[in-house]
Write a protein that binds this ligand. Structure first.
Ligand SMILES: Cc1cc2nc3c(=O)[nH]c(=O)nc-3n(C[C@H](O)[C@H](O)[C@H](O)COP(=O)(O)OP(=O)(O)OC[C@H]3O[C@@H](n4cnc5c(N)ncnc54)[C@H](O)[C@@H]3O)c2cc1C
Length: 337
């Protein structure tokens, strides 16, 4: 009885802390390795002329809700969002900016999340209408970006949704629902993150990198170090390279990037050539058994860590295999996006 009351009180304190933290705009507050052992006082103006003080211990800050109201997107209803602009990234990939109805709204997304797109572009039904096609995409805009959400979408020659999105004109709408949380990132949870991305697999990695670089809480900065291996077909296919380089240049002690292309065409190419190797992983990823974790997204999964999903659940992580397993990583040390 006493234990239950204590638990309830503790939960109430956690919720109160979460609500207050949201009001503060303090993101990703979580129990951190580097957090002070005892409780700590957080104080911040609410923006409404009221200041709050919360006396919370790090262990009460494990559950973190989205920091901002999710009025741009809805996780339960489809919203027709207007295409505001298209910015080409490569010969087959572009950033599509979709506007929220309310230009002051934001996505309210928790990193790392994706969203769902829907269009009636599937096979023809008996009544002449078309079946819905639904595909997930990973926003590359920040959760607090006002008025829009950005998607980097690669167009496949026979791809239903990617062709549809590429055919949209500015002003057209696309039905979008979300966010769908994939991996709730916690500040300072790991000393080092290894990332292995291929092509558009950079999108969830960028979300996490941005969260780390922006991450601050009542306990200080997010000190997580990131080592990214970003594999693409050619130099011209490297998506968002400028964006990635800009972040690495501004944060050299926190973000290290190794580009890899199947085949290099320029003699000046300074990155790697060929496919990901065990040696590359051993050199750049946090070692197995450390307080690190390895994220994988994009075409490499089969050889690097094995496919995602099981017979029963396609969304499950599935068994770990491939090079990461051979290098001694445990299943829990790897996350397949
Ligand atoms: C959680 C999640 C997040 C994602 N985020 C993004 C994102 O941010 N940006 C993005 O561009 N995509 C992303 N994708 C992939 C996206 O959901 C679609 O699968 C992709 O756009 C293809 O859909 P489609 O309808 O155009 O092609 P489909 O009609 O499904 O497929 C047609 C053909 O396209 C080719 N094809 C389809 N997908 C791939 C692939 N991944 N690799 C190689 N060939 C393929 C195949 O030849 C296939 O036969 C994500 C997927 C997941 C699961």
């Amino acid at each position: 009885m006493f234990a239950r009351t204590l638990l309830r009180r503790r939960r109430a304190a956690t919720v109160a802390a979460g609500v207050a933290a949201s009001a503060f705009g303090l993101s990703s507050l979580a129990a951190a390795d580097s957090a002070p052992p005892a409780s700590k006082l957080a104080k911040k103006e609410s923006g409404l002329g009221v200041s709050f003080e919360v006396n919370v211990s790090p262990s009460q800050l494990e559950v973190v809700e989205p920091r901002i109201p999710d009025d741009g997107l809805s996780p339960t209803e489809w919203r027709a969002l207007r295409l505001e602009s298209v910015t080409p990234l490569s010969h087959n990939t572009a950033v599509y900016r979709f506007a929220f109805e309310d230009e002051t709204a934001s996505s309210g997304m928790r990193v790392a999340s994706c969203l769902l797109t829907k269009a009636a572009i599937g096979s023809e039904k008996a009544d002449g209408s078309r079946a819905n096609v639904i595909r997930p995409y990973t926003p590359i805009s920040r959760p607090d970006a006002k008025g829009h959400v950005d998607l980097a979408v690669k167009t496949y020659p026979d791809g239903k949704m990617s062709q549809h999105i590429a055919s949209l004109k500015v002003g057209d709408t696309l039905e979008i629902k979300g966010p769908v949380v994939k991996l709730p990132y916690k500040l300072n949870e790991h000393a080092k993150l290894g990332m292995i991305a291929g092509g558009t697999g950079i999108a969830p990695m960028l979300q996490v990198i941005d969260e780390i670089l922006a991450g601050e809480s009542a306990f200080g900065k997010d000190n997580t170090k990131v080592s990214l291996i970003f594999a693409n077909v050619s130099e011209q296919d490297i998506l968002l390279k400028e964006e990635v380089d800009r972040r690495a240049a501004a944060n050299p002690s926190q973000l290290e990037v190794f580009y890899l292309v199947d085949k290099a065409s320029s003699p000046d190419w300074s990155g790697g050539v060929g496919y990901v190797t065990k040696q590359m992983l051993a050199e750049r990823m946090p070692p197995p058994g450390s307080s690190g974790r390895v994220f994988v997204c994009g075409p490499p999964p089969m050889v690097v860590c094995g496919a995602k999903g099981t017979k029963e659940d396609p969304k499950a992580q599935g068994e770990l295999s491939g090079m990461l397993k051979e290098l001694g990583y445990a299943k829990e040390e790897v996350f397949k996006f």
